[in-house]
Design a protein around this ligand. Structure first.
Ligand SMILES: *Cc1c(COP(=O)(O)O)cnc(C)c1O
Length: 360
């Protein structure tokens, strides 16, 4: 059996260091907002060469607190891709703003910059992009639009830790880079966790308050805040794993390269472009007989996933909230299949998947 991802295997390299760190935190007797959180924040800001990082409880909160720190008034419109994980859109709704969906480019699966301007109105205040599957969006075009219309840029980097565009890390282009450390992400914790990076001192201050009941000083509340703190335990474990992020990404890139070089052209593979350093959080292909292919692989003991089976505008929760047709998003959702490509997989695993797939 080749699993889609086995999180025990993906983490086994770090077990010893995790155990040491766990004991260290246990013995310290300090579990919320202590040294481990500030150490990890410094390391994660350092990795990105930005001034600030604020650890929060999840990727969803990283996005929501970014919007709420930005100073954008409620009821503003926020541009967002039509093919993303629901959390991206939920963060806009939880901030009392209005999501305006823009179709993706069918080749890159990322928001199509050429379709953004037609959706901009006087109420548009921000663009929330998603570097989907671990590939950066087309940043030159997006930054030009943000400057032209004076829009805040928030990057959903939940799938793009370490991904680059023209040698610049995702998360460092916009006012806010929002990350999830959900266990399956390229930098995954052993539970829920997230962070925001920014170069802006005022945003940093607000983020720090919002995650902690709107307070700077204990029992003095300046903002209507939340409880969205990164735990000491998770921060400590993330510090261990961050040292290996580039190794994890390079492993996934090596496995992706095997697929790219060997899978038949019948499968629509991710595009490759020298300007993009892709980290393949998800390695997907597209095929018109996707469901049959998934079934066939299962019979051959290869497990796959679909990211995602139902697009946001088709979700029951979005009825009456998102209107309009999004045929490109639907086309992707109907044909995409995610193949095994994790830190816990070997090159042999991938050659096996290729062999079985090419006989479909
Ligand atoms: C995982 C993910 C999120 C949400 O992260 P959580 O930590 O689960 O809240 C947001 N956006 C995208 C694109 C994701 O893949």
């Amino acid at each position: 059996m080749i699993y889609y991802e086995n999180l025990f295997h993906s983490n086994s390299k770090f077990l010893k260091e995790y155990e040491q760190k766990f004991n260290q935190v246990l013995n310290s007797g300090w579990f919320i907002l202590g040294n481990e959180v500030s150490n990890f924040e410094n390391q994660f800001a350092g990795y990105h060469n930005v001034r600030f990082c604020v650890g929060v409880a999840s990727g969803l909160d990283a996005l929501t607190l970014s919007l709420l720190s930005s100073g954008i008034e409620t009821k503003s419109e926020v541009i967002v891709p039509s093919n993303t994980y629901i959390a991206t859109i939920l963060s806009i709704l939880h901030s009392n703003m209005i999501p305006v969906l823009v179709e993706p480019d069918i080749k890159t699966y990322n928001i199509d910059p050429d379709r953004i301007e037609e959706k901009i109105t006087s109420r548009t205040k921000a663009i929330m992009i998603v570097h989907l599957y671990g590939k950066s969006c087309d940043m030159d075009k997006i930054l030009r639009i943000c400057r032209k219309y004076n829009l805040i840029l928030i990057e959903d980097c939940a799938q793009s830790h370490g991904a680059k565009y023209k040698n610049q890390l995702t998360g460092t282009f916009g006012e806010f880079g929002a990350f999830s450390f959900y266990p399956t992400k390229n930098l995954g914790a052993l539970g829920d966790a997230g962070a925001v990076i920014t170069n802006n001192e005022q945003y940093n201050e607000r983020l720090k308050m919002l995650r902690n009941y709107g307070s700077h000083k204990k029992y003095h509340n300046e903002l209507v805040g939340f409880n969205s703190r990164l735990d000491e335990i998770q921060a400590a474990l993330l510090s261990v794993k961050l040292k290996f992020l580039d190794e994890i990404n390079n492993h996934k890139r090596k496995l992706a390269g095997i697929y790219l070089d060997n899978l038949k052209d019948e499968f629509v593979k991710p595009v490759f472009d020298e300007n993009y350093f892709d980290v393949y959080h998800i390695f997907n292909i597209r095929h018109p007989k996707r469901d049959q292919l998934k079934e066939y692989l299962l019979k051959n003991e290869i497990l796959t996933e679909i990211h995602y089976p139902v697009p946001p505008h088709k979700q029951k929760a979005m009825q009456g909230i998102i209107n309009g047709d999004f045929p490109i998003a639907e086309e992707i959702h109907n044909t995409t299949l995610s193949l095994p490509c994790s830190f816990g997989h070997t090159e042999d695993d991938i050659y096996k998947v290729v062999e079985v797939m090419n006989k479909f």
